[in-house]
Design a binder for this molecule. Structure first.
Ligand code: ATP
Length: 583
């Protein structure tokens, strides 16, 4: 029952539709059960010599009429129950996606995209099968089974019925005995599918690397291996079903055999009429389906249960970064940042990557963070955005503790340009105006001008309406960086954070962008992470990180007097530039 915790609210919404569909199904089932009685009656009338030509159309119309009603009714219940189960699938999938979006960055560090895709596709589908066709088949089978047996007893013969249905419980026994095994096999199928999806997703995301390293063969081999595992997992299930279904069919045939032998004897002994015998044999045939259906349903429900559990694991994962219960008001927002004694260790890691960090950024100031690769610059940015949890009393905006501020409202105040310039495979305008519901052409253009990308966008075939390839493949690295900067500026945020966002542009473009940014961002609090000192030379404050600690801080001029890491980096960069110019 606990498994139904998350799906129950969806199911409740569709209960009236389910009830209507189920009632319709029962009416159809009842109608179907009338046909054998008509055929039995026809046989008896025929055998007694009372069948006259004028009676035949009556039988004909009765059989055809029932068949038409059954066809119409079947359409009705399919439309009701199958549509309802599709709606259930739709709302469950949306709930999973919405929940996944709320999960913190760290969740994605530990869960593969392919797995998540499989949850949103295969697992949701299995749940739909269980709650759509599964429910239908279960009710159909139970109702048909009970009604058929009832009619066999009341309209034909009790002893014959009891003897004929004797082998049927064996079927239920087999299917239940195999239940655990089926669950395990199905879990294997779902896992193999997740792996395969993940493999395909990664192979095509990394296709440029694969091609440039001529690793197509290696990737194909790896894919084949995963594909084989998927095939094997499916085959295990197919083999089992291949064994179970004929077995069920065989057991059902023994019922027919008993009916023929014992039923024939009863006819000879004149305990039942030939018409009743024909009705009985038809009912035995009709009973095979409900019994087999119970087997199918059982499997479907097993699959649905495994999938539901996998989905529940996601839905049970709490958004680690939750808003505090008593939030402070963010407004009026003054863009000042204070970091006090901040130490941070990644979840699951042992060593802290940031140690005792403290600094302040005043409104309108530009603070630069520089340091060797792996020194903790991006981590610091991520913490300022609260992409990971931080201790109380370590980061303050506007003199208010980050943990007491509403996350969404705070992030709305920040224009962030990440290190990996992810672009969506939509238009350039969509990418720049991503932060807003509506795309304002003027603002998009002005953000692009400040980022020095407007002129290049105009050379694209459809300018701002040009559709980008996946992850913006039809743009150069530098162009992508500038579109990302434009995306952050479009929001006109009071705080801008640039994480190594100018590394792919040449020094001249960089200078030009920085010049424009300075004008445009006057009054904006800016944090810049950079490797190139030329990017941050004019910052009000430069912080030098080394192995997670601040080792130097000050303006460019003061740092140059220190004879430390900063001066060393600067001297090396100057030398490199000189060599590059001369060569
Ligand atoms: N998700 C993570 N889980 C555990 N450790 C991480 C994670 N992300 C980064 N690290 C570690 O944290 C340290 C700091 O990484 P970070 O990305 O902040 O450095 P950086 O200064 O921005 O480097 P770069 O200049 O190369 O971008 C590194 O040792 C890195 O291995």
């Amino acid at each position: 029952m606990n498994d139904l915790k998350y799906i129950m609210p969806h199911l409740k919404r569709y209960i009236p539709a389910y009830i209507f569909g189920i009632l319709l199904l029962m009416v159809i089932d009842t109608l179907q059960l009338v046909t054998p009685l008509i055929i039995g009656n026809f046989t008896d009338t025929l055998m007694s010599g009372n069948l006259t030509a004028d009676k035949i159309p009556f039988y004909m119309f009765a059989v055809v009429g029932i068949a038409v009603l059954v066809a119409v009714g079947r359409f009705g219940w399919r439309m009701t129950i199958i549509t309802t189960s599709k709606k259930l699938e739709y709302s469950l999938r949306n709930q999973i996606f919405e929940h996944l979006e709320k999960l913190p960055l760290n969740y994605y560090n530990h869960h593969k995209t392919g797995d998540l895709m499989a949850h949103c596709t295969n697992d949701v589908n299995s749940v739909r099968m269980a709650f759509g066709p599964g429910v239908v088949m279960f009710i159909d089978a139970m109702f048909m089974g009970v009604m058929t047996i009832f009619l066999m007893i009341t309209r034909v013969n009790l002893n014959l019925t009891l003897l004929a249905i004797l082998p049927l419980p064996l079927i239920a026994f087999f299917i239940i005995a195999l239940g655990k095994h089926i669950q395990n096999l199905f879990k294997g199928v779902q896992e193999a599918f997740s792996d395969l999806t993940d493999n395909v997703q990664e192979a095509f995301s990394g296709i440029r690397i694969i091609k440039s390293f001529v690793m197509e063969k290696k990737t194909l081999d790896h894919f084949n291996e995963k594909s084989r595992e998927n095939f094997d997992a499916n085959m295990n299930l197919v083999k089992l079903f291949g064994f179970v279904q004929p077995l069920v069919g065989f057991i059902a045939t023994t019922s027919t055999l008993i009916s023929l032998v014992y039923g024939g004897t009863l006819v000879i002994d004149q305990v039942i009429t030939i018409g009743e015998f024909v009705t009985f044999i038809t009912y035995v045939g009709m009973l095979t389906w409900p019994v087999m259906a119970l087997g199918f349903v059982y499997n479907m429900i097993q699959r649905g249960q495994v999938s539901l559990r996998r989905i529940n694991v996601i839905l049970e994962t709490e958004p680690e970064i939750a808003d505090a219960n008593h939030l402070l008001d963010l407004y009026p927002f003054v863009p000042t940042i204070d970091v006090k004694n901040l130490t941070f260790t990644y979840p699951g890691a042992e060593e802290p990557v940031l140690k005792n960090i403290h600094f302040s950024v005043q409104r309108g100031e530009t603070v630069a963070i520089i340091g060797k690769t792996g020194s903790g610059k991006t981590t610091l940015m991520n913490l300022l955005l609260k992409l990971y949890n931080v201790d109380d009393g370590t980061i303050f905006y506007n003199n208010k503790d980050l943990n007491d501020l509403p996350i969404k409202a705070l992030r709305d105040q920040i224009g962030y340009v990440p290190q990996d310039n992810f672009l969506f495979s939509k238009s350039i305008a969509y990418n720049i105006g991503f932060a807003n519901e509506t795309l304002e052409d003027d603002q998009i253009r002005s953000a692009a001008e400040v980022s020095q990308i407007h002129e290049e966008i105009m050379t694209f075939s459809e300018a701002y309406n040009t559709e980008l390839g996946e992850r913006g493949v039809n743009m150069s690295g530098g162009q992508k960086q500038r579109v990302s900067i434009a995306r952050a500026l479009y929001k006109k945020p009071p705080i801008v954070m640039l994480d190594d966002s100018l590394s792919a542009v040449d020094t001249k473009t960089e200078e030009s962008i920085l010049g424009h940014l300075k004008e445009e961002l006057a009054g904006t609090t800016t944090l810049i992470v950079a490797h190139r000192i030329s990017t941050i030379k004019d910052a009000d404050q430069i912080i030098v990180l080394d192995q997670g600690e601040i080792v130097e801080r000050g303006t460019h001029e003061t740092l140059m007097t220190l004879d430390g890491i900063y001066k060393d980096m600067y001297t090396k960069q100057l030398l490199e530039e000189k060599i590059a110019k001369e060569s």
